[in-house]
Ligand binder design. Structure first.
Ligand code: GCW
Length: 700
């Protein structure tokens, strides 16, 4: 009997030890040795730094946190830090001129420890490339999350301000560990209610929790709030009463949240109200809010995501609308621009607004949540996609004017520099729906801090911390951790391109189904619906060819880019092939650089994407012994769904486009397994897509 109890207890105990539900993210730091940590500054932020190091630093030497206004440190700027140790037996010194810098230094030291790089001599100097590194939550007040695939909103509005979820602090800690220092807690499709007194009380509680972690709170606002919530007869930004209303509201906010960051605004976009409703401009609207925020050092992040149905190419519209206002915005306004000119598609060229606005600060908005990349079902590691944008040369100030450099203040004298990511976080136990999607939250933070880091280096860091042992030795007992890390790194690095290939290769975009952005529906045609929301608006397939002519014979979007890009994109023979159908309507029998026809290339590329998805499964299946069973199985299951979807995408797109090309699918690629007529009838119950997929796609 005793023996049985013992075995049972052992089972329970090891079971608990091995339980890995992903909730600890990359912070699976285990209890340390109560390290010797000292600090010459005492406040809530340094207390956190001390606690983290005390609990998780395994090194045998003490750690000294040193707040100092030494020239070298102040020159580095807010959030920067140095970590120094002359030899392995000396104490580690983390020095910074701000409390945030000390906190970031502490997390960085722990990261180095997890990477096995915190031994011996150390000389690390770290400084963030962007001042503001901000998450955007598209979270609604009813706790639904627009384009969220990881459960409900973290913010329990119904029980705030009274009840405080432990997840608020866990969220702040995770963000601080990767340098994120701002969060916009509500959806850009904003409810006026967020500015009501009762909601502001709730927001204050969140802000108080985030503050010690160096995170400022921002809000998305609805431009009609003065009328809708304030009862005014208008929300016209030139109206004195409206201006007064915003000034009073801002004052009320700062009384509750003294370090409030400011407003994020989606205006005159997708049906939302804005200054144009009153015959005013984006500059009028942004400046009115900027004036209200100015006395408190608050800022306005004004989005450039605007487009209307009509004759003008959607890709051209943001540039046309915003360029005339360059230089007319107040100095506490920054224009927030999506990475591409259309909308977070698997591959887009960078937005031509980057670098073109020379007298107005511009910031990039990336999408961490995978609205157009398979939701939380597909593995798509997005660091390569974001770097592709950041590393793109705009040529606006000569060669080397990359998107990164025209937004980080190194080329233009921007007073504010910032970068934003639309989060993939929700109430799911593993935060992001897919264990591997945590890598995107992590990568966003790390790139916002230093976009020079390689996608591979970030992946390796993330894997070590997320799957490695919790002590300073990053090896697991079962199997070989380093071969696991190599295998997963390879999968992650290939994953985004695989998604592009099986969904929308060669510059195709927006082939998504009506009602959701998950599956393919290139044939979609809803009578009476907005034409610019239909796939055919983007692919323009006909018997001659496929693709959107954005050259001088078409919408001329290529001309919005600076030379030599305008010529390069605008000319079929020089346009990069991975964007060829973005910029050109290309004949089916057009000869690609490798000698294949466009049609053949399309077929082979879709097939390659499918093969990659299959290879991910094969690689993953070999990892069973290396990591915990829970995460192994959950990821295995996701990879299965991804594989099925990849085949679905390939079959749907190739069979549909074949109706136009009239050409055979090359004999050496996999034959379609679905029938086009049947696929056209698929309906996805988006609330429960996994089951719907089983039911609709595979049981029929
Ligand atoms: O991509 C579209 C999304 C909308 C989103 C919009 C935007 C928040 O489908 O859900 O609305 O972009 O970025 O404003």
């Amino acid at each position: 009997m005793k023996k049985l109890v013992f075995i049972l207890l052992l089972f329970v105990f090891t079971g608990t030890l091995l339980a890995e539900d992903g909730s600890q993210l990359w912070l699976r730091l285990s209890g340390g040795k109560n390290a010797d940590v000292s600090c010459n500054l005492n406040n809530a932020t340094t207390e956190i730094a001390i606690k983290e190091l005390k609990e998780h630093w395994y090194g045998n030497t003490p750690v000294q946190l040193v707040f100092s206004k030494a020239k070298e440190l102040t020159r580095l700027g807010e959030g920067s830090f140095v970590i120094r140790r002359s030899s392995g037996s000396d104490p580690v010194r983390i020095e910074a001129s701000t409390k945030q810098g000390l906190l970031y230094g502490a997390y960085h030291l722990l990261r180095l420890q997890q990477m096995g790089q915190a031994e011996g001599e150390m000389d690390v100097v770290e400084t963030p490339r962007y001042q503001l590194r901000v998450l955007n939550h598209w979270d609604n007040l009813d706790r639904s999350v627009e384009r969220g695939y990881a459960g409900k909103s973290l913010w329990e509005w119904e029980s705030l301000p009274g009840k405080i979820s432990p997840r608020y602090e866990a969220y702040a800690r995770a963000n601080a560990s990767i340098g994120i220092n701002g969060t916009v807690v509500n959806n850009v499709n904003a409810s006026p209610q967020i500015l009501s007194a009762s909601y502001l009380e709730k927001v204050k509680v969140l802000a108080d929790i985030f503050r010690p972690y160096g995170i400022k709170t921002y809000l998305s606002i609805n431009f009609s709030t003065p009328a809708e919530l304030g009862g005014l007869s208008t929300s016209d930004p030139t109206d004195k009463a409206v201006q007064r209303w915003w000034k009073d509201k801002v004052k009320e906010i700062y009384q509750l949240i003294p370090d409030f960051g400011g407003f994020l605004v989606k205006a005159n976009s997708e049906g939302l109200p804005g200054p144009q409703d009153f015959g005013r401009t984006h500059a009028d609207g942004a400046n009115m809010l900027a004036d209200a925020l100015k006395p408190y050092k608050g800022i306005v992040m004004w989005r450039a995501f605007v487009y209307n149905p009509g004759d003008e190419d959607r890709a051209n519209q943001a540039y046309q609308e915003f360029m005339p206002f360059d230089g007319q915005f107040r100095d506490n306004v920054i224009i927030q621009v999506k990475n591409g000119p259309v909308d977070f598609q698997p591959r887009e060229p960078f937005s031509p607004l980057f670098g073109a606005m020379k007298k107005t600060p511009v910031m990039a908005e990336f999408q961490i949540t995978q609205e157009y990349l398979g939701f939380s079902n597909h593995m798509a590691y997005l660091a390569p996609m974001w770097k592709e944008c950041l590393d793109s040369d705009t040529y606006q100030q000569g060669k080397g004017s990359t998107v990164a450099k025209v937004t980080d203040g190194s080329i233009y004298n921007q007073k504010i520099t910032a970068i934003a990511g639309v989060t993939n976080i929700g109430t799911d136990i593993n935060w992001c729906g897919h264990h591997l999607a945590q890598a995107n939250w992590y990568a966003f933070g790390r790139l916002a801090w230093n976009y020079k880091l390689t996608s591979e280096a970030i992946a390796r860091e993330w894997i070590n911390q997320t799957f490695g042992s919790t002590t300073n030795n990053p090896t697991n007992t079962a199997g070989s951790f380093s071969s696991f890390r190599d295998a997963l790194t390879e999968m992650l690095l290939e994953s985004r391109e695989a998604v592009v290939e099986y969904m929308m290769p060669l510059g195709l975009h927006h082939l998504f189904a009506w009602g959701h952005h998950y599956g393919p529906e290139p044939w979609c045609d809803i009578p009476g619906a907005r034409p610019d929301w239909m796939p055919s608006y983007y692919h323009k397939a006909d018997s001659k060819g496929i693709g959107f002519d954005r050259s001088s014979t078409g919408s001329n979007a290529a001309a919005q880019y600076h030379s030599p890009l305008s010529e390069e994109f605008g000319n079929l023979s020089t346009c990069p092939e991975n964007l060829i159908l973005w910029f050109h309507h290309v004949p089916w029998d057009y000869k690609m650089k490798n000698g294949k026809t466009l049609w053949e290339e399309l077929c082979y590329t879709y097939d390659r994407g499918v093969q990659k998805a299959r290879s991910f499964q094969k690689i993953w299946d070999q990892q069973e012994k290396t990591i915990d069973t829970e995460r192994f199985l959950e990821i295995q299951n996701k990879l299965k769904i991804q594989m099925r979807d990849a085949v679905w995408w390939k079959d749907a797109c190739l069979l549909y486009f074949q109706e136009f090309s009239g050409m055979p699918i090359p004999v050496d690629i996999e034959r379609p397994v679905h029938n086009l007529d049947v696929m056209k009838k698929f309906r996805l119950d988006i609330g429960n897509h996994e089951n719907a997929l089983e039911k609709d796609l595979f049981m029929k």
